[in-house]
Design a protein around this ligand. Structure first.
Ligand SMILES: [Zn+2]
Length: 346
């Protein structure tokens, strides 16, 4: 009967700043259930799930599926609930501190709180793709059809903290302000917006488009039914290129990406052309004799300034020039097995 005796266990979670609690527990309670009862529901979110925490006893990680008795937890011991460090594996799992058993267990046991696809869909349409907070105007959309609250996106962009998946957002010009039409009586429902024409809810069940010029968000159905080349809300004209599909299929996102890249290529070409004309037209050079500005074009392409011309007497030409350039060629070779570096160059 000894094994049926209840255990007194101290549970602490310094990672989340929770205070230590003394609990009397049945030995057949699993660590997972203990986790559930110890953590306040309010703390769990999309980023902090049950799986992002694990129990440790004296520094040794314990698998969630085992019971207190099976994990060999003695009476009056102190368990620590730790936050998993996001490791190099990209799965948010291994910390390197875990035993192999624990690692294998992670994959062997079926994850009970697998994400519901319906929920994922809804959250894509009702929350910011970056902050995961509910969408609250002012909202913006990127060139690929992802929805954001403007503030966290601008903040992340300013502090260069945008995750890689949003690296296509390079500046304010890549955020298109959008106008979402609120559902008047939807204060506490999850879907808060709708199509101003058809009344279809903005919940992922229907296709929606943003018109780039004015930012109005309309259902695909509305635009199909009323064939028009002007916005159905503000009557501003738009072309097919101005339509951005919101949360589109992989195929639609690929098309949007292509369009964005093509447009960037065009813009770049135009810019280079501009710089080219500027160079040949109005470049000024400093007259070397009297230090005044003179028009390079007038004197037929003035002498190019070279660092060595200003070289102090007795300086070695090569050494002096090397202060300004790094173009000296070395006659050593790199092969795929060996990175050859001359001594002292690193
Ligand atoms: Zn409009």
């Amino acid at each position: 009967m000894e094994s049926k005796k209840k255990l007194r266990v101290f549970v602490r979670c310094p990672d989340l700043g929770l205070s230590t609690r003394a609990l009397i527990l049945a030995p057949d309670l699993t660590l997972r259930r203990l986790k559930l009862s110890f953590l306040p529901q309010s703390l769990l979110s999309q980023t902090l799930t049950l799986d992002s925490l694990y129990f440790c006893l004296n520094g040794k990680p314990l698998p969630d599926s085992s019971s207190l008795a099976a994990a060999g937890i003695p009476n009056s011991s102190a368990l620590t609930l730790r936050l998993r460090l996001r490791g190099g594996g990209g799965d948010g799992g291994a910390t390197g501190a875990e035993s192999r058993d624990c690692y294998l267990n992670m994959y062997a046991t079926k994850k009970p709180d697998k994400v519901d696809p319906n929920e994922t869909r809804l959250s894509k349409w009702t929350t910011c793709a970056l902050s995961a907070e509910p969408l609250v105007p002012p909202c913006v959309i990127d060139r690929l059809g992802n929805l954001f609250n403007k503030e966290p996106l601008v903040e992340a962009l300013l502090h260069k903290k945008l995750p890689k998946e949003f690296s296509h957002i390079r500046g304010l010009k890549d955020m298109i302000p959008i106008h979402l039409t609120p559902i008047p009586s939807a204060a506490d429902s999850e879907t808060k917006f709708q199509c101003p024409i058809t009344g279809q809810e903005f919940n992922g069940k229907y296709g929606f488009l943003v018109i780039r010029g004015c930012g109005h968000v309309l259902s695909v159905k509305a635009l199909k039914e009323v064939e028009s080349s002007t916005c159905l809300v503000c009557h501003k004209e738009f072309s097919n290129m101005d339509k951005i599909v919101i949360n589109g299929s992989a195929e639609e996102v690929r098309a949007l990406r292509e369009m964005m890249e093509e447009e960037r290529g065009r813009l770049k070409g135009r810019k280079e052309k501009k710089v080219g004309t500027c160079l040949s037209g109005t470049k000024h050079a400093i007259n070397e004799k009297d230090g005044t500005l003179d028009d390079r074009k007038k004197d037929g392409g003035g002498k190019r300034f070279k660092a060595v011309d200003m070289m102090p007497a007795h300086a070695t030409k090569e050494v002096y020039a090397s202060i300004f350039t790094s173009s000296k060629k070395f006659d050593f070779q790199e092969t795929f097995t060996c990175r050859s570096l001359p001594l002292g160059r690193n």
